[in-house]
Design a protein around this ligand. Structure first.
Ligand SMILES: NC(=O)C1=CN([C@@H]2O[C@H](COP(=O)(O)OP(=O)(O)OC[C@H]3O[C@@H](n4cnc5c(N)ncnc54)[C@H](OP(=O)(O)O)[C@@H]3O)[C@@H](O)[C@H]2O)[C@@H](O)CC1
Ligand SMILES: Nc1ncnc2c1ncn2[C@@H]1O[C@H](COP(=O)(O)OP(=O)(O)O)[C@@H](O)[C@H]1O
Ligand SMILES: [K+]
Length: 498
């Protein structure tokens, strides 16, 4: 799904009015009716009074229309207008008559609310043009200190739709965004302050967005479904890719097993594993589907004697559990020199690259999958999650590589400067080996012939979805990396139907 910046959303709004030959008020009514239906499906207890806090722009206009619809639906509704200057939008002024009466505040003074009452936040929407000050700041600080549930229309008031907010904003329990979610919903800076968000279509003109060039995307079910291929009945394992996984060192066999199992579960045809030979019997007992590379050394000190890149493979992944030993450094050096295959580099491969400043040697169109610390070792420290994402995009363009910045909202950046936000996954996945599972999934899709971008999208989304199913079964405290692998089959089957 394309994610639009606020100026693009405004243009979409105007294009719809023009294209569908409707008034801006018609559009506001549509938005109000969509919000009101969504609200009623969530909060059906009509004994709780609803307090609608309206500002002076169109978000406030939505508030008046929604208050009227909810009152007609049988809710007890109180409306407040916060008129801190005289610059009303036309639709706001005309919509004030939708409600029978409202209290007007020219200066904010606190007033009592019952704890069980609900607050609808219609103070400010996507028209925000800077940090909140003065009376708005007082009002929002008061709202945030209340125990009441707050439900925001379109966006929490005061929040910047496109980037981290420099000031205060409403801490919403629920937000319903119109048509598409806002980019800022995916920034870690905001995660603790938007408990639940959703979006509903208000039938803006689809033609406008089809032709629109955007740089930000949300990875959603439809995108993943459109990428995941159906198999032909006559295909065999040779059609599903041959992959090589290089990793493991004394004490670090787990990463090899996790990545191998995850790779096979994502539909890989054949897998060759390059790991110290002392581990082969354990690997085969855990993942009998994997093959060991031919001339394998006895221990990590002979790593460099490995058949470095198997010429028959379609893709290669390198790094998990490799350690930073001298031999591994030589191994990565050789790999960067020799490899011409589509590649995934992770974990110790990235640490070795950082330490030796080998970033420019990473092959074009490779995939790297650092978590925050690995990313900062590679590219320097950043003072916020947002600035880290900006650097991620810049480095993808500069080095011509795909970067997966792992975390609560994993982002994928592509050499063309676009950025894909993922919204699957949960805090339970912050557990040892979870990243190794992702590396195995990436390797699998890359070897099956998906492009690097398709590979990143599939692996990141499905990894998070499998983690969500695992958290549903085990809870996010008990979840371990093997549980993610347990649910790969059902999430793929759910999307692919097979
Ligand atoms: N997109 C769609 O498809 C549809 C959108 N719709 C709705 O329209 C909303 C956008 O409406 P909008 O453009 O009128 O802006 P909105 O945020 O209500 O208020 C602007 C006011 O805020 C003020 N203001 C700004 N910054 C401020 C600050 N820091 N501190 C204090 N004040 C500040 C600014 O004041 P000024 O800068 O003029 O002094 C102005 O008065 C959108 O979120 C959605 O709810 C639906 O109705 C239909 C479909
Ligand atoms: N709070 C979170 N919400 C969603 N996903 C998370 C969260 N914390 C971690 N993850 C995911 O778990 C994985 C952890 O990977 P990584 O840090 O490399 O673990 P390890 O090195 O132990 O294998 C990443 O895919 C990351 O996106
Ligand atoms: K709002």
């Amino acid at each position: 799904m394309k994610l639009l910046e606020k100026s693009q959303i405004r243009s979409w709004d105007l294009d719809t009015i023009d294209h569908q030959n409707i008034s801006s008020f018609d559009l506001m009514l549509r938005a109000a009716s969509v919000f009101s239906n969504w609200f009623q499906s969530l909060f059906f207890d009509k004994t709780r009074t609803i307090h609608v806090f309206c500002g002076m722009g169109n978000n406030g206009g939505d508030g008046f229309c929604i208050a009227s619809l909810l009152a007609k639906a049988g809710y007890e509704v109180n409306v407040y207008l916060f008129q801190f200057n005289n610059r009303f939008s036309d639709d706001n002024l005309s919509r004030q008559k939708e409600v029978e009466s409202f209290d007007k505040f020219e200066k904010f003074t606190p007033f009592p609310l019952e704890q069980k009452d609900l607050i609808i936040d219609a103070l400010l929407g996507s028209g925000i043009n800077g940090p909140l000050k003065g009376e708005y700041l007082k009002l929002v600080s008061w709202l945030n200190a209340l125990p009441n549930k707050i439900i925001s229309i379109d966006i929490p008031s005061g929040m910047d739709p496109d980037q981290p907010t420099s000031g205060s904003f409403v801490h919403a329990d629920h937000v319903l965004s119109f048509e598409i979610p806002k980019i800022s919903f995916f920034l870690n800076e905001n995660s603790d302050y938007i408990k639940n968000w959703d979006y509903r279509s208000i039938h803006l003109n689809p033609g406008f967005v089809e032709d629109l060039k955007v740089m930000n995307y949300l990875i959603d079910y439809d995108l993943v479904k459109s990428i995941l291929r159906q198999r032909k009945a006559t295909e065999n394992k040779k059609d599903f890719g041959f992959a090589q996984f290089c990793g493991g060192s004394p004490g670090m066999l787990g990463s090899v097993i996790l990545a191998s199992k995850a790779a096979m579960r994502c539909g890989l045809g054949r897998l060759a594993v390059s790991t110290p030979s002392i581990y082969h019997s354990s690997l085969f007992s855990s993942c009998p589907e994997a093959m060991a590379q031919a001339d394998l050394p006895k221990n990590v000190s002979n790593l460099v004697d490995f058949q470095l890149v198997n010429e028959h493979v379609d893709a290669i992944a390198i790094g998990p559990g490799l350690s930073s030993a001298k031999e591994s450094v030589r191994y990565i050096d050789e790999f960067l020199k020799a490899n011409k295959k589509p590649a995934v580099l992770d974990a110790d491969a990235l640490n070795i690259i950082s330490r030796n400043k080998w970033q420019p040697r990473i092959g074009a169109y490779s995939i790297i999958s650092p978590h925050k610390e690995e990313f900062e070792r590679l590219f320097g420290t950043c003072d916020s999650h947002y600035s880290r994402i900006q650097k991620q995009i810049e480095k993808s363009k500069e080095l011509n590589i795909f970067i997966i910045l792992k975390g609560a909202h994993t982002t994928i950046s592509s050499p063309d400067g676009s950025c894909y936000y993922n919204n699957t996954g949960n805090v339970g996945m912050g557990t040892a080996g979870s990243g190794d599972v992702l590396t195995g999934m990436l390797l699998s899709f890359l070897a099956q012939g998906y492009t690097p971008l398709e590979t990143c999208i599939l692996a990141v989304y499905l990894h998070g979805s499998a983690g969500d199913s695992a958290a549903f079964k085990y809870g996010n405290i008990a979840l371990i990396a093997s549980d993610i692998i347990e649910f790969i089959p059902s999430v793929i089957k759910n999307i692919n139907g097979k």
